[in-house]
Design a protein around this ligand. Structure first.
Ligand code: MG
Ligand code: MG
Length: 274
């Protein structure tokens, strides 16, 4: 069942979305050569606890994972793109880091992801990140009343095609609201003019992700981390978006949004386990 949200409910999701944006801004600031993924995980745990938010990932046990998940953020490096399990890995110069975060505050969820480069960027890594960011903006622009769900998928797929990246359709966007995953799957390619008619009150997580040279994926033995099947590098960009009478409203927008190269100016503090 698809639940349309009232403007007041969207406002509450926006509160959560602003916090998710703040955390991902901080992750981009902290990600640096020599930083361990577990330090980032613990730093985010601290932010979530101090805000009184609740992780959507902790204890998450979907059919595909080797659950339950016992981390609060997904950190995927290089050929890893989705559901990256934070582990004892120290970031190296040129690594591509995707960070994906979903939390609830007072019962309302928001979900967002960004990809940054640690240290010296390679041009082809900047390019694939830019492609997912452009695809996300195209998807957001299509998320308006009267359009169809297929218009969003086609917008994402069109950007991928222009860049020459293949598109996997096993994992894509989704409805979101009281929980991280609500009804509606939003494939990252599709036919314009097809599917559900978009209405004010629909809230969607839109999340283009691409690998450079494959649309196939493989799972790590940890049962969570998803990589490109051929080891090619990847990127992932996601926002939670509300469709309103006035058009799309991005609930997880970071200010400023740009900077795919991690600034790496901060030092994460290693907190104790939550
Ligand atoms: Mg996400
Ligand atoms: Mg999502």
């Amino acid at each position: 069942m698809i639940e349309l949200k009232t403007p007041a409910e969207i406002d509450r999701m926006h509160v959560t979305g602003r916090f998710v944006a703040e955390v991902l801004t901080e992750v981009g600031r902290l990600a640096d050569v020599g930083v361990n993924l577990l330090d980032l995980e613990h730093h985010v745990r601290g932010m979530i606890a101090r805000r009184g938010a609740e992780s959507c990932y902790w204890d998450y046990t979907p059919s595909f994972g080797r659950g339950p998940f016992r981390n609060v953020i997904c950190l995927s490096v290089n050929d890893a793109v989705l559901h990256g399990l934070p582990h004892d890995y120290t970031l190296r110069d040129g690594d591509v880091l995707s960070a994906d975060l979903a939390v609830t505050i007072d019962g309302w969820a928001a979900d967002s992801a960004r990809t940054v480069i640690v240290g010296t960027p390679a041009e082809e890594d900047l390019r694939i990140i830019r492609a997912t960011e452009e695809a996300l903006e195209a998807a957001i622009a299509a998320a308006r009343p009267g359009n169809r769900l297929g218009d969003i998928s086609a917008a994402i797929g069109g950007v991928a095609r222009d860049y020459g990246y293949p598109v996997n359709t096993e994992f894509g966007g989704h409805g979101i609201g009281r929980t991280m995953h609500e009804d509606l799957h939003v494939p990252n390619k599709g036919r314009a003019g097809r599917g559900l008619t978009l209405r004010p009150g629909l809230t969607l997580a839109l999340e283009p992700w691409f690998a450079r040279t494959t649309d196939r994926i493989v799972y790590d033995p940890d049962g969570w981390t998803i990589r490109s099947a051929d080891g090619s590098r990847t990127a992932h960009s996601e926002h939670t978006v509300a469709i309103t009478e006035d058009g799309p409203l991005v609930l997880t927008r970071r200010e400023p949004e740009a900077a795919t190269t991690a600034s790496g100016s901060g030092q994460p503090s290693r907190a104790t386990d939550a």
